[in-house]
Every structure is written in C-alpha cells, then in structure tokens.
Design a protein around this ligand. Sequence first.
Ligand code: SF4
Ligand SMILES: [Zn+2]
Length: 131
Amino acid sequence: MSTARQYIDPDDVSWQPEGACADMPLEQFVPDEETAEGLTTAAATCDTCPVRQPCLMWATLHGAEGYWGGTSTYQRAQLVRVRTRAKCPLCTSTSLTMVGTHEMCVACGASWVRDVRLEPLAATPAPSAVA
Ligand code: SF4
Ligand SMILES: [Zn+2]
C-alpha cells in the first residue's frame, strides 16, 4: 500500500454523474429520517458504485446528511472522531491496522485518525550536560 499523502479538492463534484445512484430518487439516499433498513437498501447500490470513495470523502468533509458512500450520517460522525478503536465503525471488523497517523480497517478499507494521546509517551531525553 502506498503511504503517499493524497490531496483532495473538497469542492470537486465531478464524480457525481458517475454515481450508481445518479438516476435514482434522491429521497432514497437523503431521506427525512435515516433507518437501518434505509441504509441497507442504499448501501446495496453504493457497494456497486465506482465513485464510492470520493462520495464518502465529500459527504464527510461537508457534513452532508443522508446515505453517502454506503454510510449513514451517524457513521460518518463516528469516523471523524479522533480516537483509537477496537472495531471498525462501519463493518465492525476487528482487523485494524495502523497507517501513519491513521487506523485502517483491513476488511472494508475505512480509515480514521487515531488518537495518539493514548500512546505511551516517548522517553524524555536525558538533560543535556551543557549548563
Ligand atoms: S457511493 Fe452511493 S451515494 Fe455515493 S454516488 Fe455512489 S451510489 Fe450514490
Ligand atoms: Zn470496516
């Protein structure tokens, strides 16, 4: 896996016409009320979508509501919380790995910033002998 940093344009929506949901009713993806059943139905389409990654990033960056990139509004809120997790908040897999400052789910590829505050502090260097 490449560890090269990717820069994305938060205002880039050129991926939208390629979405598997492009010709589907908006209410199916942005409902008045989000439910587990609604998420399952929407995610079945997202699972086949060629632009799932930019869709998820866009929705996360913009605080969008509804089902984007196969996730609910609540799940995206969980993803952006800075913390170290025992399970993936999307697929609940416990197969997690660390990639730089992020944790990544090996099962579904979701990643989030991990909470480095929970890591042991580095040993304090010995004081310099210089006065
Ligand atoms: S990932 Fe889902 S919500 Fe996003 S464009 Fe694709 S089908 Fe639509
Ligand atoms: Zn996962």
